[in-house]
Design a protein around this ligand. Structure first.
Ligand SMILES: [Zn+2]
Length: 99
């Protein structure tokens, strides 16, 4: 979907840099609930990567920071949306329009 110049080991999408009018999402600590299906994901070669997840009929974005931050969780989740809205958020995320 989003093309990026990177080493061949990178097979997944990368998020583009934040645009000037990027909207900020609300990020919550991960619930860690079991029945989550990962629908799409960005390349994990970067310190922060994202997944589009589905749980109980709703979808949300999950952000994982690979660097351990002592004072907080490294995994955060967005609000939950219907599939179509979540898919649009995912596209916006990849294009640097929300973060
Ligand atoms: Zn990569």
């Amino acid at each position: 979907m989003v093309r990026w110049d990177c080493p061949p080991r990178c097979l997944s999408s990368h998020v583009l840099p934040v645009r000037p009018h990027c909207e900020e999402l609300t990020w919550h600590p991960s619930h860690g609930d079991g029945q989550v299906r990962v629908v799409r994901w960005t390349c994990d070669c970067e310190p922060v990567f994202y997944e589009l997840c589905q749980a109980s009929g709703l979808r949300f974005l999950r952000r994982t920071r690979r660097v351990t931050i002592p004072e907080g969780a490294t995994v955060a989740e967005s609000d939950r949306w219907q599939a179509q809205e979540a898919d649009e958020m995912w596209i916006a995320l990849l294009h640097g329009l929300v973060r």
